[in-house]
Design a protein around this ligand. Structure first.
Ligand code: HEC
Ligand code: HEC
Length: 274
């Protein structure tokens, strides 16, 4: 009798667990029935799922736009499979759903014990993109690393996860520190190739609003500099998008194709006259 009661309460607990995961929130319903609207706002999103303890602490880091000196959050560049990041933006980084199954990250930069020690490679993002500190070994406290890992575990069942190791489609390994060098020959060659393609500024305008506008406007500083000032010439624009530059993330070939970058550059040329 006791065993049956225990079984029943366990079954109930499991069922209610499942239910809270699959319940459609008002936000999800909205995105399912209306055309995707372009999210260009730069605000801290509301908390998507009820979590506690370490996982909640990790979720707060994920959405924190003041984590480093650059005003962006992990959620500016990655999705977590939750309604809050379910929008029409094209982010520079891949989903973090499924990440806890990857055994090598940043194309082999982190392997073995280093994977967990660096929160699966988040330390590199915190140094390079968020300017939280200079040293990957100390940029995240032990408790922040544990919190992020607990959050990765908490979101593991969300849709669209990637659990196999990524082959990040970069042209050159990005420079983590200012003094690090990228492969300039490869970077310039990739930009030249993009500039040979005739770009479509109308498509570029749409892509711009889904990718860049979250961090840039033409004439005012947002997360990144105003593009009227930041871009010297179209080829440099193409190079920055494909290869990144300091806190500017690179867009791998599986995130933006050469043609899509050519379209964005054509739009920038039209909008900026250069
Ligand atoms: C400015 C954009 C940006 C920000 C901010 C950012 N990342 Fe990243 N991150 C990237 C890009 C680009 C990559 C390259 C790999 C990819 O495409 O996911 C990456 C890679 C990673 C990887 C390794 C993925 C793999 O399998 O190789 C992890 C883990 C990660 N980021 C976690 C985080 C976390 C956690 C934060 C917040 C503390 C964060 N990132 C902040 C852009 C960003
Ligand atoms: C998550 C935020 C973010 C997104 C998204 C983003 N940028 Fe940036 N971008 C930055 C930051 C921050 C800098 C300043 C980099 C620095 O000098 O540290 C920057 C710098 C740049 C620069 C100047 C690079 C240099 O070498 O001086 C260009 C050009 C640029 N971005 C274009 C774009 C375009 C085009 C897009 C869309 C495809 C885009 N950015 C998307 C954050 C972003």
């Amino acid at each position: 009798m006791k065993q049956i009661a225990l079984f029943l309460s366990l079954a109930f607990a499991l069922a209610s667990c499942n239910r809270s995961e699959t319940t459609t929130t008002p936000e999800q319903k909205e995105t399912a029935t209306t055309a995707p609207s372009v999210d260009t706002s730069h605000r801290a999103p509301s908390v998507p799922t009820a979590l506690s303890g370490l996982a909640l602490a990790g979720q707060k880091i994920f959405y924190n736009t003041s984590y480093g000196k650059i005003k962006d959050a992990c959620s500016s560049c990655h999705i977590d499979g939750q309604p809050t990041t379910h929008d029409s933006r094209l982010r520079a980084g891949h989903t973090l759903v499924g990440i806890i199954h990857r055994t090598s990250t940043w194309n082999g930069t982190f392997k073995g014990e280093a994977v967990q020690k660096n929160a699966f490679g988040a330390t590199m993002c915190a140094v390079m993109y968020q300017h939280k500190g200079d040293d990957m070994a100390t940029v995240l406290s032990k408790s922040d690393i544990d919190a992020l890992i607990a959050y990765f575990q908490a979101i593991d069942n969300a849709p669209g996860g990637i659990s196999s190791n990524l082959k990040i489609q970069w042209v050159t390994k990005p420079a983590v520190h200012e003094e690090d060098k990228i492969d300039e020959t490869a970077a310039n060659a990739s930009a030249k190739k993009i500039m040979m393609l005739p770009g479509d500024p109308d498509n570029g305008k749409q892509l711009f609003s889904r990718t860049c506008e979250y961090c840039h406007t033409m004439n005012e500083k947002k997360v990144g500099p105003p593009l009227a000032k930041a871009i010297d010439n179209p080829q440099m624009g193409a190079k920055s998008i494909r290869c990144g530059s300091a806190a500017m993330p690179f867009y791998g070939k599986d995130i933006l194709t050469d043609q899509q970058i050519a379209d964005i550059v054509a739009y920038l040329q039209q909008a900026l006259g250069k």
